[in-house]
Design a protein around this ligand. Structure first.
Ligand code: C2E
Ligand code: MG
Ligand code: MG
Length: 602
């Protein structure tokens, strides 16, 4: 294998010296190739400039009649090409004709030239002496040095890049984001300039990762990074904070509306469906915005405010939100609650109450809905509306949901074992709980663990939990039904169900939302909605259940269109297991009987 020749550039030499150089450097097995453009060394001619700029020469040999001239020639070259090693080959000081020597001896001149950047300084007389043979060695050494320096530089650049960038997406990481933001804020202190920080969190990322695998999750994050990048200017910065969190700095955004426009662009871009590895996915993102100086002048404050605003956006179902000072308080309370909730789960402070669903025809209890309560050591009984949201946001819902499911099934099995006439127990699944983790496996395991037969378990899901991803829901619901349990759609009428999907979902019941039932006697529109839902349910071969029935008049109204089951304070409030047991055995009756007096007497 022949090694490539190392090119040495020689300028400023008389023809005779060039000849000598050529024979010294290119003789025998030499690895050098000497380039000597014709132009003088005073001003660089085009050819020399091109050679220098192309970076194709490893070492520059600079000739000069004396050290003073060498110095004049060296200075501009060294400042233009500081990394190019230069070896000066100069005539002696004594050669300076006429003028008083600027530099007294060659040794002093040599040191001065080295200080100016020459890597080595040789006397021109060397070229004619036997010692000329040292020149290739000197050059080889310089070439090798240069190669090492370059490698080190490359390694350092790569190291810096790795330390400051996310290896998956190639985007700046959290650390570089902080450094950049700190720099921009410091500059803004000297020359006031507004900027915006975005905190972006993907919706449903965990689900994609859990159900379709990490490889697809990775591809998704790369694509998300690309999409966000596409929404901002070259001078703005997008960083990946970790997981599915991204942050953006918009430098010099004039006002809220311009930040809002960019945020909307990002939200839209993230909503666009994406096809990865043959899977068509729909995700989305929530964006929180903080503005400097209004919301803060340091990195921590701006990131925290944007994070808080992001949570608000998420709680409202996505999109973007600007930070507002009153959010701060709510969030710290929220964090306290999350902490307490975790403790409450660990200490087993959650209990279940049960509320019957009553068959309107027979007046019998058709099933029992399990409703969770927090038996708080200081605050007493806390109702789910106060903590389900936090449990969902913090991810604690999977633990809590599992505990509820387990307890409901365990209790029902215990009743059965004690010979009570049991009915199915209905457990509420929150949207998050349904979409993350593996609900089917979870249910199967609990049924196995408790030994409860699946015909004694119902599941209630809201429309929005299902409609967020109908394809996923259809599959999951089918698998749940295949286990042998029934699924009810809770709070029906408040979400946006697509009727086309409703037909395809393997569900058995629609529970008409309490809001329609409570307004039934006052608002004819609500009455019409109730009637329509009942008849639609029947057309789809589903049972219709009315929630929140508090008055006999409501019950009478619901009977006409053929509502199948009713649930509400009129019959029983949710109550603990002990009292529920008495309802089951018939030792204490329901408050009211749904059977109309007319029907009862006939
Ligand atoms: P939901 O599933 O629609 O439950 C019915 C809610 O209506 C219950 O409120 C119940 O106490 C209340 N209710 C029943 N009858 C009447 C009535 O005649 N009048 C009035 N005004 N209210 C009535 P609760 O127990 O406060 O639960 C609220 C929501 O919290 C539930 O709505 C459900 O979405 C959720 N939830 C309850 N337990 C769980 C659980 O274990 N897991 C999950 N994910 N969510 C739960
Ligand atoms: Mg429910
Ligand atoms: Mg409901």
């Amino acid at each position: 294998m022949t090694l490539p020749l190392v090119r040495i550039l020689a300028i400023g030499f008389p023809e005779a010296d060039l000849e000598k150089l050529r024979s010294i450097l290119t003789e025998g097995e030499s690895r050098f190739d000497l380039a000597s453009p014709k132009g003088g060394a005073g001003e660089l001619d085009a050819e020399t400039a091109e050679l220098l700029a192309s970076d194709s020469c490893a070492v520059l040999l600079l000739g000069a009649p004396n050290p003073a001239t060498a110095r004049k020639r060296l200075r501009p070259l060294h400042s233009a090409y500081p990394s190019l090693p230069v070896v000066v080959i100069s005539g002696d000081v004594a050669d300076e004709d006429g003028d008083a020597p600027v530099l007294p001896t060659f040794e002093v001149a040599r040191r001065a030239l080295k200080r100016e950047g020459a890597r080595d300084v040789l006397q021109a007389s060397l070229l004619s002496s036997d010692d000329a043979c040292v020149l290739p060695g000197i050059l080889a050494h310089l070439v090798e040095n240069r190669r090492l320096v370059r490698e080190l530089e490359k390694a350092r650049e790569l190291g810096l890049h790795l330390a400051h960038h996310d290896t998956l997406t190639g985007l700046p990481n959290r650390q570089l984001f902080r450094t950049r933001l700190r720099e921009l804020l410091a500059r803004a202190r000297r020359h006031p300039r507004p900027l915006a920080v975005f905190f972006i969190d993907l919706d449903r990322f965990k689900q994609v990762n859990d159900t379709l695998g990490h490889n697809l999750g990775d591809l998704l994050l790369i694509e998300v990074g690309r999409r966000i990048r596409g929404c901002i200017r070259e001078t703005d910065l997008v960083a990946r904070r970790g997981g599915d969190e991204f942050t953006v700095i918009l430098d010099g955004v004039a006002d809220g509306p311009s930040a809002a426009r960019v945020a909307q662009k990002i939200v839209d871009a993230l909503r666009e469906p994406l096809v990865l590895d043959g899977h068509r996915l729909r995700i989305g993102g929530s964006v929180g915005i903080s503005l400097s100086p209004a919301d803060g002048r340091d990195v921590e404050a701006l990131v925290k405010c944007a994070d808080i605003a992001m949570y608000r956006a998420k709680a409202r179902g996505g999109g973007f939100e600007f930070f507002l000072p009153e959010m701060g308080q709510r969030t710290s309370r929220w964090l306290d609650l999350e902490h307490e909730l975790r403790g409450g789960i660990d200490r087993g402070e959650f209990v279940l109450h049960y509320q019957p669903l009553v068959n309107i025809e027979s007046g019998r209890i058709a099933s029992l809905e399990a409703l969770v309560r927090w038996n708080h050591p200081e605050r007493g009984l806390v109702y789910p509306d106060a903590f389900i949201g936090v449990a969902e946001q913090s991810g604690l819902i999977s633990e809590l949901g599992h505990a509820v499911l387990l307890e409901a099934c365990r209790q029902n099995r215990e009743w059965k074992d004690r010979g009570l006439p049991i009915v199915p127990v209905a457990v509420n699944f929150s949207a998050k709980q349904f979409q993350t983790g593996n609900p089917v496996e979870g249910v199967r395991e609990v049924l196995e663990e408790t030994g409860l037969s699946s015909e004694y378990l119902d599941i209630e899901l809201t429309e929005s939990a299902i409609m967020r991803d109908p394809a996923f829901a259809t599959d999951t619901l089918r698998r749940l039904r295949d286990l042998g349990l029934r699924i009810a759609i809770d709070d029906f009428g408040t979400g946006h169900s697509s009727l086309a999907y409703l037909k395809r979902f393997p569900i058995t019941k629609l529970k008409i939302d309490r809001a329609f039932v409570s307004a039934l006697m006052r608002d004819p529109k609500d009455a019409a909605i109730c009637r329509a839902i009942i008849s639609m349910a029947h057309n789809l071969q589903l049972k219709a259940v009315a929630e929140g029935v508090e008055e006999t008049r409501q019950l009478e109204f619901l009977r006409h269109p053929g509502c199948d089951e009713v649930q509400g304070y009129l019959f029983a409030k949710p109550q603990d297991a002990e009292r529920t047991e008495r309802l089951l055995t018939g030792t204490s009756p329901l408050e009211a009987t749904p059977i109309s007096s007319a029907a009862a007497s006939s």
